[in-house]
Design a protein around this ligand. Structure first.
Ligand SMILES: [Zn+2]
Length: 179
């Protein structure tokens, strides 16, 4: 069995006072520990400098954009460690669109509730949706009906204008039902 790899985001934490004085003092840390790093850790000695800042990062699968505070990075990292790599891309899309409306502590749960999967296009999702939600009787009727003659592109337009959300990525779309 292949186990999908865990996400392991890293942050480069720097000292703002040093940065403003033209010196780069900082180091890479595991992002889930970012809020525990002290100015003394960074400078490797006691210092009067207080403010630390995440100036670079990697491995966040798109869920972190630009710079942020170490505690913010740690919060996002904690949410990410619950995901496997298969989910990471979809999660990043979800965060971009819905993250702000949702409490960080519930990001992963809310994402999993909303995520409907990866599809080639809207029509492909509409077709599967129809199969999943129809009763046995409907299904019977649909299979007698030439399934291919249904205008799935139009059916998809209905579905997606009703609140279903598609986020385009290379090769297809991630589908979310945000409610
Ligand atoms: Zn400093």
């Amino acid at each position: 069995m292949i186990t999908a790899r865990k996400i392991d985001p890293q942050v480069w934490i720097g000292c703002l006072a040093c940065y403003n004085a033209g010196r780069l003092v900082g180091d890479w840390y595991s992002a889930d520990m970012a809020d525990l790093v002290t100015p003394a850790d960074l400078h490797k000695r006691e210092t009067s400098h207080e403010e630390l800042w995440v100036m670079d990062h990697e491995g966040f699968a798109g869920a972190l954009d630009g710079e942020c505070s170490p505690s913010e990075a740690a919060e996002i990292a904690e949410a990410l460690t619950e995901l496997n790599e298969d989910e990471a891309g979809a999660f990043a899309c979800w965060v971009e669109v819905f993250g702000e409306q949702s409490d960080r502590a519930h990001w992963v749960d809310n994402f999993r509730d909303a995520y409907r999967g990866f599809y080639e296009d809207e029509a492909a999702y509409a077709m599967e949706w129809a199969e999943m939600t129809s009763s046995d009787e409907d299904r019977d009727r649909m299979t007698r009906w030439p399934f291919n003659e249904i205008d799935w592109t139009r059916a998809a337009q209905e579905l997606f204008s009703g609140g279903m959300h598609a986020e385009e990525v290379p090769g297809g779309i991630h589908v979310f039902w945000p409610y």
